[in-house]
Design a protein around this ligand. Structure first.
Ligand SMILES: [Zn+2]
Length: 1044
C-alpha cells in the first residue's frame, strides 16, 4: 500500500506507554463466569495451538469470582458460622493463597446436637462449603492473590475464558490470532453486488486441510449476515452447521461434537448477504460524475480495499497474511458494467435474471486474503503487451486520455523488475485502475493494482513533479508484486518487509528507469523525515509486537515505510560490491517464493550471500573490493541489521578528529534528552575528508559496534564529513571545532561537498539545535541547490509555524534569509525537476509569508488563468502557489471554488482544494470541513489534506481542532482508529503546538476518548511533540528574538 498524504507530509513527525496500560482493560463482552454458571463447566478441549495463556481473560475471572460473588458467599458462610458459634473462615487472602485449595475446606466438626433450625443452617452451610470447594477446585491457586495469575503453568495450562457468541453460545476461541489447526487451501467465491440497492450477496466455499486434530474451525467475518452454512468432511455428506460469531474480534466459528482428525480434508460452504461498506475498506461503493455522458446524476461503482483487515468484510475467510490459498472468483453484473479481479477473465455467462456472471481464472499462485480484489464499474482500458504480460491502465471513460504516461512507465518498470529480481511477474495480465474515490495512495492487489486518480493519471499538461508522484507510486506497487505478494510477512509485526522494501525499490528503480525524474532528492528528504519521527521516545522498533487491530493499523507509518527503506539503503551502501545486495534478495525471493517470512529470514539470506561471495573471492585470488575492505569483509548482516530492526530510534555519532586520529562514539539520539538508554547499534560509518570528498571512491567505511572506538587515517586532514551522501540512518555531531571547520570549508567553496552531504549537515544541525553557523552560510546564498535549500526552508518553516501559533509571527526571518534566491526565480515554464522543486518551495514560502512581489505575480497569473477560460496554463510546479494565493483572497475564493467544483483532473483539483483550505475566513473554513465530512462537492478522502492545509495557519488550525473534537466519531467511522489517515489528522492538528495550554487541551480531549482512540501511538507522539516544541521554544525563543 502507498500511504500518499502521510508520505509527503512535510513536518517533523510526532509518539506508547498508554498502550501497555490500557491493553489489559476489561473487555465488556467477555463472559463473567461467576454470573453464568451454565458457561462454567463446558470448556472444549485445548488444541495444540491453544496452550498460550491470555492474561486479560483470567484477570476478569479473578474479578468475577473473587470480588463479587465470592464475597457474598463468604458473608453467607460467616453468618452461618456465627450462628453455629464457629469462626472458620480466615479472611486473610494470604492464608488462602498459600494453602492448597483442595485441602482447605475441612468439614465443620461442631454440628453434633442440632436443632431443626441448626440442621437447616448446617445443610445450607454444607452447600456453601461444597460450592466454595468447587470454585477452588476449578480455579488456579493464584486466583485470589492480589497479583493474579501471571505465569502459565506448564504442567497444568490455564484454560482461556471464552467469550459469548452473538447467539448466546460460548464462542470457542479467545485470541486475536486464529488457531493453527486448520489451513485453508482454496476459496471459491461468488459475489452478486446490487449497485442499485447498495447490498451484495455472496457464496463462499472454503476447502481446508486439518493440520492438528480439533473440535472447531475459527476464521474471520465482519458484518456478514450468514443465511446458510454446510460442512462436508472428506468424501462424506454435506450437512448444515451453525456459524457462531464473536463481533469484537470479527471472528466466526463452527463447533463440532466429534473431533476433526489431523490429515483430513473438509469443505465449508456459506451463503450470506451484506451492505456495501460506507468507509474506504472492505467491498465499498463509490460515486463519481462523468461529465461527458451524464451531467446530472452521479454514477456508482463498487471496489475493494482489503489491506490490512477488511477481506473479512466481503467474504468469510482466514484473514491473516500467513493463511495463503488460491482463489476462484465469480461476480455477477448488469450488462452496462464491467468487472475486474486479480486474474484474467475466464468466461462470461448470461444468467436467467438478465445479469451476466463473469468468472475469473483460479489464481495460479497462493495468495494472502488482503491481496484479493474485485471491481464492478464502467471503466475503459489502455493496453500494451510487455514481455509475457498484458498491461492495462483503467480509468473512468472521460479520463482515458490521461492513462498514457502510466502505461509507458509501468511497461518500463515491469521489464526492469523482471530483470532485477530475476523472477518474472507471475501473471498474464496486470491491471492498474484509477478509482475516483480511494483513500490510500494505491494498493498492490496481485494483478489488480488500485490507485487514486492523482497517483495514476497524468494530464497532457502535467509537470514533471506530477509525473514523479505517479511514477513513484507505480514503482512502489509494482515492487510489491515481488515483495509482499510473492513473499509475504508472516504477521503484521514485520510489515516493513513489505513496505520498507517497496519504498526502497521505488526510488532505486526510478533512478535507473527514469533518471529525469530525479527521485534521489525525494528519497533524501524522506530519510530526513524518518529520522525526525524516530527521534521521539514514543517511536517503535521496525519489527515490533502487534496484538490488537488498532496496532495492526498503526504499523502503516513512517517507521515501516521510510525507516525500513532507509536501513535497506544503508545496508546496500555498506556492501563492498554493487551486486551483492541484489543477489542476496534474489536468493531470498527464490527461496521463499509463495511463502511467508519474518525479518530473520531476510538477514539470513543476505548473510549467506556475503559468505558465498567470500568463498568465491578466495578462489579468485581475491581481486574484488570485498577482499580489500576489511570492515565489511567480516560483516555479519544478521548481527548488524538486528540492531536496527529490533530497537527503536537511531544513534547520534560524535566524532573527534586529532591529527590523523579519529575517535567515534555513539549514543541513542532522543529529542527528550532526559531519557538515557544504553542501546548500541552496529553502524557502518562512512566518511570523506578534505582531500577527497565528492566521488564515491572517496568514501571509506568503519564499523562502529561499541560505545566508542578509535582509528587512524593514512594522513592528517583538516575536516571529516561522516555519513557520505546521508546513506546511513544516523546523525552526526562534529563538536565545536569540527562544525566550524566544515562551515569554513563550505564558506570558501560550497561545492566541496555533495548536495546530499550539505543537506545532511543542515538536517543534523537542526536536529542538534545548534544551527547558527550554517545559517550564516545560507544568508550569503552560497547554496543554491535544491536539497540543501529545501531542507533548510522546511526546518525554518517549522520554527516559523510554531512561532505563528504563539502569535509571534512578526519574526519574519525566513524571507530575509532567502530573499535574493527567491527574487531570481522565474514564473515561466521550467523543464528541470530539481529546479521546479526549488522554485515551488521558494515561491510557496514567499507567498505564504506575504512577500508582495510574490503575491502580486501569483494574483495576476490567476486572473489571466480565469480570463482565458481554461486555455492558459499555469506551470504545474507553480499551480499550488497561485491557487493558494487565490484561495487566501476573499475576492478570488469563490471563483477558485467554482473552478474546483467543475475541474476533473484530480491532481490539479487537490492543489485547488489546498488553496481553498488556506482561507482565513471562518465561514468558508466551516463550509469546506462540512462538505468534506458529508462527501458532497469535496470527497471525504480529502479531509486529511484539508485539515493539514488549514493547520498551516493559526486561525485555520483552531477551526480544524474544533471540528475534529466535535466530529471524532464520524471521522473514525470513515478512517479506522490507528489508520494512516487518522495518524495524519492528529499530526496535522497538533505538531505545531508549543504551549502548556495547547498541551492540556490535546491531552484532555484524547484521554477522554478511551477505547475510541486514546490508546493510539500517534496520540503519544502528539503529546511528546508538543512537550518538545514547548521545551525548544522556552530555550530558544529569547535567542531567536535577539538574533533575528
Ligand atoms: Zn506499499
Amino acid at each position: 500500500m502507498d500511504l500518499f498524504d502521510s508520505n509527503s507530509s512535510e513536518r517533523a513527525s510526532l509518539p506508547r506507554n498508554m498502550i501497555e496500560n490500557s491493553m489489559f482493560e476489561e473487555e465488556p463482552d467477555v463472559v463473567d463466569l461467576a454470573k453464568d454458571s451454565t458457561a462454567f463447566p463446558t470448556f472444549p478441549a485445548l488444541d495444540p495451538d491453544e496452550v498460550t495463556y491470555e492474561p486479560r481473560s483470567s484477570r476478569l475471572l479473578v474479578r468475577g469470582l473473587g470480588e463479587n460473588d465470592m464475597d457474598d458467599d463468604e458473608e453467607d458462610c460467616e453468618s452461618s458460622a456465627r450462628l453455629l458459634g464457629m469462626s472458620f473462615m480466615n479472611r486473610s487472602s494470604a492464608h488462602r493463597s498459600n494453602s492448597s485449595p483442595y485441602t482447605r475446606q475441612a468439614p465443620p466438626r461442631s454440628c453434633s446436637r442440632p436443632s431443626s433450625r441448626t440442621i437447616v443452617v448446617c445443610v445450607l452451610f454444607l452447600v456453601i462449603v461444597a460450592s466454595v470447594t468447587m470454585v477452588f477446585y476449578f480455579l488456579p491457586g493464584c486466583t485470589f492473590t492480589k497479583a493474579g495469575c501471571h505465569k502459565p503453568n506448564k504442567t497444568n495450562p490455564i484454560e482461556p475464558v471464552y467469550p459469548i457468541s452473538t447467539n448466546g453460545e460460548l464462542f470457542p476461541w479467545a485470541q486475536l490470532r486464529l488457531p493453527q489447526s486448520i489451513k485453508p487451501l482454496s476459496y471459491d467465491l461468488t459475489l452478486n453486488p446490487d449497485l442499485d440497492k447498495m447490498t451484495f450477496t455472496g457464496r463462499t466455499v472454503i476447502s481446508m486441510s486439518i493440520l492438528h486434530s480439533t473440535n472447531r474451525i475459527v476464521f474471520h467475518g465482519a458484518n456478514l449476515n450468514i443465511t446458510k452454512a454446510t460442512f462436508k468432511l472428506g468424501d462424506g455428506q454435506a450437512s448444515d452447521v451453525t456459524i457462531l460469531e464473536y463481533k469484537p474480534r470479527q471472528q466466526l466459528a463452527v463447533n463440532f461434537s466429534e473431533e476433526l482428525k489431523a490429515g483430513q480434508y473438509c469443505v465449508l460452504t456459506m451463503e450470506y448477504s451484506a451492505n456495501f461498506s460506507n468507509a474506504y475498506d472492505g467491498f465499498y461503493k463509490s460515486f463519481y460524475i462523468d461529465k461527458d455522458r451524464n451531467k446530472r446524476y452521479p454514477l456508482v461503482l463498487a471496489a475493494t480495499q482489503f489491506e490490512p483487515l477488511s477481506a473479512r468484510k466481503a467474504f468469510p475467510c482466514f484473514d491473516e497474511p500467513a493463511f495463503k490459498a488460491t482463489f476462484l472468483i465469480k461476480i455477477s453484473r448488469k450488462k452496462t458494467y464491467m468487472t475486474l479481479s486479480n486474474m484474467p477473465k475466464a468466461k462470461s455467462t448470461n444468467l436467467s435474471n438478465g445479469l451476466v456472471q463473469d468468472e475469473f481464472e483460479k489464481t495460479s499462485v497462493n495468495m494472502s486474503t488482503y491481496l484479493v480484489a474485485f471491481i464492478v464499474a464502467d471503466f475503459t482500458p489502455n493496453t500494451k503487451n510487455v514481455s509475457e504480460t498484458q498491461v492495462s491502465v483503467y480509468s473512468v471513460p472521460e479520463k482515458n486520455g490521461h492513462t498514457e504516461y502510466a502505461l509507458t512507465i509501468t511497461s518500463k518498470l515491469l521489464e526492469f523488475y523482471n530483470n532485477f529480481f530475476d523472477i518474472n511477474y507471475p501473471l498474464k495480465k496486470l491491471d492498474l485502475v484509477a478509482i475516483p474515490d480511494f483513500l490510500a495512495g494505491a494498493m498492490e492487489n496481485l494483478g489488480l493494482i488500485t490507485f487514486r486518480e492523482t497517483t495514476l493519471l497524468v494530464g497532457k499538461e502535467s509537470s514533471l513533479l506530477e509525473k514523479q508522484v505517479v511514477a513513484s507510486v507505480i514503482a512502489h506497487e509494482l515492487a510489491h508484486q515481488w515483495f509482499g505478494n510473492l513473499v509475504t510477512m508472516t504477521w503484521w509485526n514485520d510489515l516493513w518487509l513489505n513496505e520498507g522494501f517497496a519504498t526502497y525499490m521505488e526510488y532505486m528503480s526510478l533512478q535507473e528507469v527514469s533518471p529525469d525524474l530525479e527521485t534521489g532528492n525525494l528519497f533524501l528528504s524522506v530519510r530526513f523525515r524518518a529520522l525526525d519521527k524516530d527521534a521521539l521516545n514514543s517511536s517503535h522498533a521496525v519489527s515490533t509486537d502487534v496484538n490488537t487491530t488498532e496496532q495492526v493499523e498503526e504499523m502503516f507509518d513512517s517507521v515501516s515505510y521510510e525507516k525500513g527503506a532507509s536501513i535497506l539503503l544503508m545496508l546496500n551502501a555498506s556492501f563492498p560490491g554493487d551486486q551483492q545486495f541484489r543477489k542476496g534478495i534474489i536468493e531470498y525471493l527464490k527461496q521463499f517464493s509463495g511463502l511467508n517470512t519474518d525479518t530473520d529470514d531476510l538477514w539470513n539470506s543476505l548473510t549467506q550471500e556475503i559468505v558465498n561471495e567470500r568463498g568465491k573471492s578466495k578462489t579468485d585470488g581475491c581481486q574484488s573490493a570485498a577482499c580489500t575492505d576489511k570492515s565489511t569483509h567480516h560483516m555479519n548482516v544478521s548481527q548488524m541489521m538486528t540492531s536496527w530492526t529490533s530497537q527503536k530510534g537511531f544513534p547520534l555519532v560524535t566524532v573527534n578528529l586529532m591529527g590523523n586520529q579519529v575517535t567515534l562514539a555513539q549514543e541513542h539520539f532522543l529529542l527528550t534528552s532526559d531519557n538515557t538508554t544504553h542501546t548500541l547499534w552496529h553502524i557502518p560509518v562512512t566518511y570523506v575528508n578534505d582531500s577527497c570528498s565528492l566521488a564515491p571512491e572517496c568514501r571509506q567505511v568503519f564499523t562502529l559496534k561499541n560505545k566508542s572506538d578509535t582509528f587512524k587515517l593514512s594522513e592528517n586532514v583538516t575536516w571529516l564529513k561522516l555519513n557520505y551522501k546521508n546513506t546511513g540512518f544516523y546523525i552526526v555531531d562534529y563538536g565545536k571545532d569540527g562544525w566550524s571547520a566544515l562551515a569554513q570549508a563550505l564558506f570558501s567553496n560550497v561545492g566541496v561537498l555533495t548536495h546530499e552531504d550539505r543537506a545532511s549537515l543542515i538536517h543534523n544541525i537542526f536536529a542538534l539545535s545548534r544551527y547558527q553557523s550554517l545559517l550564516i552560510a545560507f544568508s550569503d546564498e552560497t547554496d543554491t541547490e535544491t536539497s540543501p535549500v529545501t531542507e533548510a526552508l522546511l526546518q525554518l518553516n517549522n520554527i516559523y509555524r510554531q512561532l505563528e501559533k504563539r502569535q509571534e509571527s512578526n519574526l519574519n526571518f525566513i524571507m530575509s534569509t532567502f530573499r535574493n534566491l527567491t527574487a531570481k526565480q522565474t514564473w515561466e515554464e521550467e523543464e528541470n525537476v530539481s529546479k521546479q522543486e526549488l522554485r515551488s518551495a521558494l515561491l510557496e514560502m514567499a507567498c505564504n509569508l506575504n512577500d508582495e512581489n510574490c503575491t502580486q505575480q501569483a494574483t495576476s497569473l490567476f486572473k489571466k488563468y480565469m480570463e482565458s477560460n481554461g486555455t492558459l496554463r499555469i506551470p504545474g510546479d507553480l499551480q499550488q502557489t497561485v491557487f493558494t494565493v487565490a484561495g487566501r483572497s476573499d475576492e478570488t475564493w469563490d471563483a477558485l471554488f467554482n473552478i474546483y467544483v467543475h475541474a476533473t483532473y484530480d491532481s490539479e483539483k487537490r492543489k485547488m482544494l489546498k488553496g481553498l483550505a488556506s482561507t482565513q475566513n471562518p465561514q468558508r473554513l466551516v463550509q469546506i470541513l462540512s462538505f468534506g465530512l458529508r462527501g458532497s462537492l469535496i470527497q471525504t478522502q480529502e479531509l486529511p489534506l484539508v485539515i493539514s492545509t488549514m493547520c498551516q495557519s493559526f486561525a485555520g488550525c483552531l477551526f480544524a481542532w474544533d471540528f475534529i473534537q466535535e466530529n471524532w466519531d464520524r471521522l473514525i467511522e470513515k478512517f479506522p482508529i490507528g489508520s494512516f489517515a487518522i495518524q495524519a489528522i492528529i499530526k496535522s492538528v497538533t505538531s505545531q503546538s508549543s504551549t502548556q495550554a495547547q498541551l492540556n487541551k490535546v491531552q484532555a480531549f484524547f484521554s477522554g476518548l478511551k477505547e475510541r482512540g486514546s490508546q493510539m501511538r500517534s496520540v503519544q507522539e502528539a503529546l511528546e511533540t508538543i512537550k518538545l516544541n514547548q521545551r525548544w521554544m522556552d530555550r530558544n525563543l529569547p535567542t531567536l528574538q535577539k538574533w533575528l
